[in-house]
Design a protein around this ligand. Structure first.
Ligand SMILES: Cc1cc2nc3c(=O)[nH]c(=O)nc-3n(C[C@H](O)[C@H](O)[C@H](O)COP(=O)(O)OP(=O)(O)OC[C@H]3O[C@@H](n4cnc5c(N)ncnc54)[C@H](O)[C@@H]3O)c2cc1C
Ligand code: SF4
Length: 468
């Protein structure tokens, strides 16, 4: 620990958000970066605890060596700190932007936790800025060829580690750009797309091949020594209402993908401009839709959520160092409150009917309040129906599993939760086939997908060695 009283002398200070009025004018990064001295001071707050919960199973899924790199950072030894970080974290620039920082919620300082995520982002960006992030080409090649299907965080993490272990890796991606939800899903203001592209260029320079616009084919099992399926959990939960297929009704990821494509190509795809936007789903994906719609100039944005609002404080059944299940207000909800006065979330409410105009397109909604029966069922409250204007209805009601097409083509079956989860809990459904990420675990987090991709890579590598 660099400074024994750091956590007493220096208050926690996160990278602040740009002001709502400013950031709503563009799709640029939400945050302002703070200077190196601020990062050194923040790192000095790390107490090097006897039991660092931040890097335990309660905290960082990558088990990043947080106290070690905070100690080096607070002494101004950025390069060594970055090296220590990169031992466990394949892409700190992704987690530095989008990780909910499970480690900080498990920090012994609790609400005053060390700003690990911002420190991590500072280290990797310093590494890129100072030219330390050079391609690390393996000195030795095993002669083994591995195909990775899907270029989201799990596929990239698996490819990265397998390449470092000396295997020749080709990543197959059916989309036109690599990155999975890092590219098409998470909006640019949360994770700028040039950051994803910068990493892909580095991986290519390290010897990994990317085949875009290419769906993984079962033939790969014959052509490659091992195949790692990393296709994500991308089947959206549909809205059970008449006219759910009307023009103006979209799944959230399709809308967010179109928004990013517009930004990257300069050609307008779908836009919320001038429309009353309603998002079904009060979670993080819904929040990203609200933030995107506001930037596109929507007339209004609302989020409908079936569940009641979470509590303001932890419940007794949710103690530290667990992730706190409490009410959070994310950037899009803050921006909506700034623009239109008040939280856009409407709780315990769902869509009863989708109203359409003369052309058949969505024009409004009839909503109804819900109450939960003692048996846990949601039932409509009679007489609570309301109508609201809606020109764009975005469905962000969660995901129900991995895409059936890939499973069918590879003659695999999903479990009851729509996951490709081998019964023994491994990453090895059988033969030379492996799986990782949301496809295996269900929709989760970038940091968990990274950790799962690395675990699958280790299993595949061990299996290949046994074949020698
Ligand atoms: C809108 C949104 C915002 C999110 N924001 C955050 C956030 O802020 N922080 C966070 O931690 N997590 C966030 N998440 C969750 C996170 O993005 C996912 O958990 C993570 O991306 C999963 O990684 P993955 O590699 O398993 O799958 P994905 O990222 O879904 O990537 C799967 C890839 O596989 C490709 N693919 C599928 N089938 C095939 C095939 N047969 N052949 C070739 N390619 C194929 C797909 O095109 C896709 O590119 C968000 C999720 C969404 C939907
Ligand atoms: S990846 Fe996430 S949980 Fe892990 S150290 Fe970084 S911010 Fe914390």
């Amino acid at each position: 620990m660099g400074i024994a009283t750091g956590f007493l002398d220096t208050p926690r200070q996160e990278n602040p958000f740009r002001a709502e009025g400013e950031r709503l004018k563009d799709f640029e990064d939400l945050h302002i970066r703070r200077p190196p001295e601020a990062r050194h001071a923040q790192a000095s707050r790390c107490m090097n605890c006897g039991v660092p919960f931040c890097q335990s199973d309660f905290g960082c899924p990558l088990h990043n060596l947080i106290p070690e790199w905070n100690d080096l950072l607070c002494r101004g030894r950025e390069r060594e700190a970055l090296e220590r970080l990169l031992r466990t974290a394949p892409f700190p620039e992704f987690t530095g932007h989008v990780c909910p920082a499970l480690c900080e919620k498990a920090c012994n300082l609790e609400a005053e936790a060390v700003t690990n995520r911002d420190n991590e982002l500072y280290l990797i960006e310093t590494g890129f800025a100072r030219g330390w992030m050079k391609p690390r080409v393996p000195a030795f090649r095993t002669g083994r060829r591995i195909a990775v299907a899907g270029s989201g965080p799990s596929g990239l993490a698996a490819a990265d580690l397998l390449n470092r272990l000396g295997h020749q890796v080709t990543v197959f991606e059916k989309a036109d750009r690599p990155g999975g939800l890092l590219m098409y899903g998470i909006p640019n203001m949360k994770l700028p797309k040039d950051i994803v592209e910068r990493r892909i260029r580095l991986m290519e320079a390290e010897g990994i091949r990317f085949r875009l616009n290419t769906e993984a084919d079962p033939e790969l099992r014959r052509e490659y020594d091992a195949v790692i399926l990393c296709g994500g959990s991308r089947r959206p939960r549909p809205l059970n209402a008449e006219h759910a297929d009307a023009p103006g009704v979209m799944f959230a990821v399709d809308y967010l993908t179109a928004a990013t494509k517009s930004l990257l190509s300069g050609k307008a795809e779908v836009s919320a401009e001038g429309k009353h936007v309603v998002v079904v789903g009060g979670g993080d994906t819904g929040n990203d839709c609200v933030g995107t719609a506001l930037r596109q100039g929507c007339a209004s944005a609302a989020q409908l959520e079936m569940m009641p609002a979470p509590p303001a404080e932890r419940g007794r059944n949710n103690p530290w160092p667990e992730w706190p299940r409490i009410l959070r207000t994310d950037y899009g909800q803050m921006e909506a409150a700034f623009r239109q006065d008040g939280d856009p979330r409407i709780y315990e409410t769902t869509v009863k009917r989708i109203l359409t105009d003369g052309t058949g397109a969505v024009s409004g909604l009839e909503t109804v309040r819900l109450h939960r029966t003692p048996e846990g069922r949601f039932e409509p409250v009679p007489g609570s129906e309301r109508t609201m204007a809606c020109g764009l209805l975005l469905i962000a009601a969660g995901f129900i599993g991995c895409e059936e097409r890939t499973l069918e083509r590879f003659a695999l079956a999903a479990d009851a939760r729509g996951r490709l989860m081998p019964e023994d809990g491994s990453h090895h459904p059988g033969g030379n086939l492996f799986c990782a990420g949301d496809m295996r675990t269900g929709q989760s987090l970038v940091v968990r997908a990274l950790a799962d991709g690395r675990d699958a890579a280790r299993e595949a590598d061990a299996w290949l060695r046994r074949q020698d």
